[in-house]
Write a protein that binds this ligand. Structure first.
Ligand SMILES: N[C@@H](CCC(=O)N[C@@H](CS)C(=O)NCC(=O)O)C(=O)O
Length: 213
């Protein structure tokens, strides 16, 4: 029997990992569909009919036929559906949302770009990569200050803001940034990695489709 959730993604994709990690931490099994981005499957009509941006991830909820795009929006949806990691009250939910908007503006865009160039998936002039690394460092500095004296980004418990931003910060090394330079941030990643259901990207995202266990 198919799982409730079906995640379409690409093994190397940070945004796909955010969603897979959220599902895993929420204890929600999911069927995984490998989208072969090397062959342009994300631009084919069958994908575009459910993912208007021509990107991964795409999440299907078979309980109600919804298909969802944009990892941050998907995380909020999953928090609503499972009642987990959404924040304790409206004020926390608002803070969670702020962090996730900030993430894609200030952290994810430059850090992911430096990472894909260093991995050889894309090309960019060295000065462009340097600019990305500097912008990502600035954003990591914001997180480092915020995490001083607190365990989680919002409130007293883990939220989808932590999951969202972990799904970027964990790739700092691949972008050429040493996370050990940010001790508060490093300690926070260790806390996330100790949560029940935590799994690394390589465990959650194979290079082939996989049914839920
Ligand atoms: N803001 C989007 C970004 C998704 C994204 O950039 N996905 C990449 C793979 S990691 C992609 O599909 N790139 C192909 C493209 O944009 O054409 C999210 O968080 O879901």
């Amino acid at each position: 029997m198919p799982a409730r959730f079906e995640l379409h993604g690409f093994a190397y994709s940070g945004p796909t990992y955010k969603v897979a990690l959220a599902l895993s931490l929420m204890g929600e099994p999911f069927d995984y569909v490998h989208v072969n981005m090397m062959q342009g499957e994300h631009k084919q009509p069958s994908h575009l009919s459910r993912q208007r941006y021509g990107q991964v991830p795409l999440l299907l909820d078979h309980n109600n036929g919804r298909h969802l795009c944009q990892s941050a929006a998907i995380l909020e949806y999953l928090a609503d559906m499972t009642g987990r990691f959404g924040g304790a009250d409206l004020d926390e939910r608002l803070r969670v949302r702020e962090w996730m908007y900030w993430d894609f503006d200030r952290l994810a865009a430059p850090l992911y770009k430096a990472r894909v160039v260093k991995a050889g998936f894309r090309q960019a002039a060295p000065e462009v990569v340097d600019d990305c690394i500097q912008a990502a460092r600035n954003a990591l500095g914001v997180l480092e200050s915020h995490l001083a004296g607190r365990a989680w980004l919002v409130g007293e418990g883990v939220t989808v803001a932590d999951i969202d931003i972990y799904g970027v910060a964990v790739f700092a090394g691949e972008a050429g940034i040493e996370l050990a330079d940010y001790p508060q941030l490093k300690a926070w990643t260790t806390r996330i990695e100790a949560l029940p259901g935590y799994k690394a990207r390589t465990e959650l995202l194979p290079m082939a489709s996989r049914a839920a266990a």
